[in-house]
Design a protein around this ligand. Sequence first.
Ligand SMILES: NC(=O)c1ccc[n+]([C@@H]2O[C@H](COP(=O)([O-])OP(=O)(O)OC[C@H]3O[C@@H](n4cnc5c(N)ncnc54)[C@H](OP(=O)(O)O)[C@@H]3O)[C@@H](O)[C@H]2O)c1
Length: 296
Amino acid sequence: MNILVIGATGAQGGSTARRLVGLGHAVSGFTRTGMGLPEGVKPAIGDLADASAVRAAFDGVTHASVLLPMVYEAPVVESYVRNIVAAATEAGVRRLVFNTGNRVPSGPTPVSAFETRRAAESVFAHSGVPTVVLRPPVYLDNLCAPWVAGPLVHAGVLAYPLPADVPVSWLSHGDLATATVAALTSPDLLSTTRLLALDLGGPDAVTGAELSAAFAAVLGRPVRYAAQDLGEFEAGLAHAFGPSTAEAIAGAYRWVAEKDRTLYGQNSAGLEDTLGVRLTRLHDWIASRPWKEIAR
Ligand SMILES: NC(=O)c1ccc[n+]([C@@H]2O[C@H](COP(=O)([O-])OP(=O)(O)OC[C@H]3O[C@@H](n4cnc5c(N)ncnc54)[C@H](OP(=O)(O)O)[C@@H]3O)[C@@H](O)[C@H]2O)c1
């Protein structure tokens, strides 16, 4: 197997690329800069907007893990996906795993973070390239961001932009890597179909109150959950990534809060059996992280 990981210097792609290298696979990583590629990953430098660079990256590739960057303008995303599908088809890729980066609601929404990925899923589905779609909910690793981990460790306040009673089956990047490796390599997964779409999620779906109780148990101090104001969250994101990216990301959280409170909490029953993996229990993930160092 020659595996191409698109976005291999990012937090999610990097986790998957490192796991694949650790398992002894030949892995190349497609990014614009190649800066921060995990050890053992061969650089494949280019922009997803550049069809010839994407084609060159797919030369000799048998399997690919695809994650689209934080871009939500529909024509741009469409061009990325078109380039990937054309290159994967030309290379005769035997299996492609597409991480949507988010769950995708069952019906249409006005939220570009959902709709660009729904459209991408559809292009992969009709491409003829055998594809496994993985739809993660919210990542546990988001809780390591300084704006979450700082108040959590220093003030006992777990602030996140979701209402306290919304259940989330938080997934770690480590478990995303576990699921992606299984989706790429499990021989039986696509034996009767060319397309399989799975809602990913950790084994424990918890509300904000339950999540803070799990942290309190590990940290040995009281932790209270505080639903972060979405306007404030969006303003912070806009500062870092620009207003349109901020609107897309905040729009997804807003949709869940106002329209579909079950989207991130749907139990991933059967997922472990389907993929033949065991995922990390919430308490074990929290206990495995060095929170004082993360919050420093
Ligand atoms: N569900 C959640 O909790 C959650 C959390 C975070 C992100 N996400 C989703 O995950 C996706 C990735 O976001 P992220 O911020 O986490 O990614 P990231 O860590 O910033 O990684 C992005 C990767 O893509 C590469 N890249 C960016 N633009 C590219 C381009 N035009 N051509 C080629 N490579 C490119 C980057 O490398 P170079 O810079 O070198 O090109 C990097 O390797 C987004 O869809 C986002 O919405 C979901």
